[in-house]
Ligand binder design. Sequence first.
Ligand code: SF4
Length: 153
Amino acid sequence: MDLRITEIFLSIQGESSHAGRPCSFVRMTGCPMRCVWCDSEYTFTGGEKISFEGIFARLEEFGCNLVEVTGGEPLAQKNVFPFITELCDKGYEVLIETGGFVSTDKVDKRAKIILDIKCPASGEAERNHWGNLERLNPDRDEVKFVVVDLTDW
Ligand code: SF4
């Protein structure tokens, strides 16, 4: 199996309670949303199809146990669900940074969800998949709000 990938890199985690930790990032290509303040429009098109084995080989080179699967929208490609399970099976600590409009139902329960809640100023608030809130595990998962103005607040 493969995934369409924009980039794979090693850096420092900049968001969530994991900020400051070394982290490998797998940035998936594509997102059906169009938040007006999106900072990753370069992921909307292009990318390269890479096999699971190819992605795992890059991650092994980095030698970092923390892996974030992000995008774009990481859950928009159906192959991502078995990929996340394989990451967990290999012993990685896995973060999923999702825009919140795809159901998290099929995400391996060992992965940690970082869930965006889209506020009105994003232009995409009506696409929030509210059922994702009910699946949040308070011991493991986190939520993120980008607040632009008082209406968002
Ligand atoms: S969900 Fe994320 S990647 Fe998609 S448009 Fe919004 S901010 Fe950009």
